[in-house]
Ligand binder design. Structure first.
Ligand SMILES: NC(=O)c1ccc[n+]([C@@H]2O[C@H](COP(=O)([O-])OP(=O)(O)OC[C@H]3O[C@@H](n4cnc5c(N)ncnc54)[C@H](OP(=O)(O)O)[C@@H]3O)[C@@H](O)[C@H]2O)c1
Length: 266
């Protein structure tokens, strides 16, 4: 993304207007985006990298596995840094970046979930802050209005800890996207799992029936059944919108993610 601002000024040589020389000062303020995607090799991270590359944004990905094996052309346009967020030399990753997008997260034991959803992101937010990166975008999760015993699991406590770190260190530019189930084509060990076969029709049905289902939303656990899935492309587009729009910050729900994605598509 390149923004030019040009200003013109005539030199005053004390001559009549029609003879004024055509001296012109051009001040070009060229701003290029350089985004670091933490977990760019993952399901959501790949979609963000692909989308960013298509918009001319320079992309660097950090993940332990580094470059993914899929032979897509956009893969060649990303700088793939293999490394662990807990041990990486941030000089190799963050210098010159204009935004960081973190897709770090996952499941496992309570301890593993607290570590990857929470601590890993806290480390990343603090590194980004220290290097003066102006924007931090976190892919978090919708809480489905779950009962408190489920929300106290390492997954959700980790996510909320990461969110508060983003919002406290980046009060005027931090972005937290809270999607529910994300569908698209997920690659696992060289195979493609078409999650869109389930996600896309469910999203369409829920949209078509929302007038009837809205009154049910106050019922306990209804959120689990009635919360719309979101496509991985919409999550990626919302992240791209967050990179380029300085007025886009705070927490974003599933509907707001879809609205933000729409803005990038038009
Ligand atoms: N998928 C969904 O339906 C869904 C729904 C709601 C929210 N989310 C959230 O969205 C985010 C992305 O989900 P996803 O499905 O794309 O997950 P994913 O495919 O497992 O991607 C996670 C990425 O993080 C990297 N990573 C993990 N540990 C790392 C470490 N210590 N250092 C550096 N990189 C590390 C992984 O690569 P390596 O393993 O090679 O390091 C991978 O690239 C997560 O935070 C998840 O909780 C997902």
């Amino acid at each position: 993304m390149i923004k030019f601002s040009v200003s013109c000024r005539y030199a005053d040589a004390g001559v009549r207007d029609e003879f004024k020389p055509n001296t012109i000062d051009v001040i070009a303020d060229v701003k290029t985006e350089r985004v670091v995607v933490l977990g760019g090799s993952g399901f959501v991270g790949s979609a963000i990298c692909k989308n960013a590359v298509s918009k001319g944004i320079e992309v660097i990905s950090l993940s332990r596995s580094g470059r993914p094996t899929s032979p897509s052309p956009w893969v060649d346009q990303v700088t793939w840094i293999p490394g662990d967020v807990f041990y990486v030399n941030w000089d190799e990753v963050l210098v010159g970046a204009t935004a960081v997008v973190s897709t770090l997260g996952g499941f496992g034991s309570e301890e593993q979930m607290r570590r990857i959803n929470g601590e890993a992101n806290v480390v990343a937010v603090n590194a980004a802050k220290e290097y003066g990166i102006p924007k931090f975008i976190l892919i978090s999760v919708h809480d489905y209005n779950l009962p408190s015993f489920l929300l106290s699991s390492g997954y959700f406590t980790g996510k909320r800890k990461a969110e508060s770190e983003v919002l406290s260190k980046y009060p005027n530019s931090g972005v937290v996207l809270r999607p529910g189930f994300i569908y698209g084509k997920r690659r696992v060990d060289g195979f493609e799992i078409p999650l869109d076969w389930i996600g896309e029709p469910v999203e369409r049905i829920l949209r078509a029936t929302e007038n009837f289902t809205k009154p049910l939303s106050s019922l306990p656990a209804s959120d689990v059944l009635l919360t719309s899935p979101v496509s991985v492309d919409d999550v990626a587009s919302a992240a791209i919108n967050a990179i380029s729009d300085d007025d886009f910050f705070g927490i974003f729900t599933i509907e707001q993610i879809k609205e933000a994605a729409e803005k990038v598509r038009v």
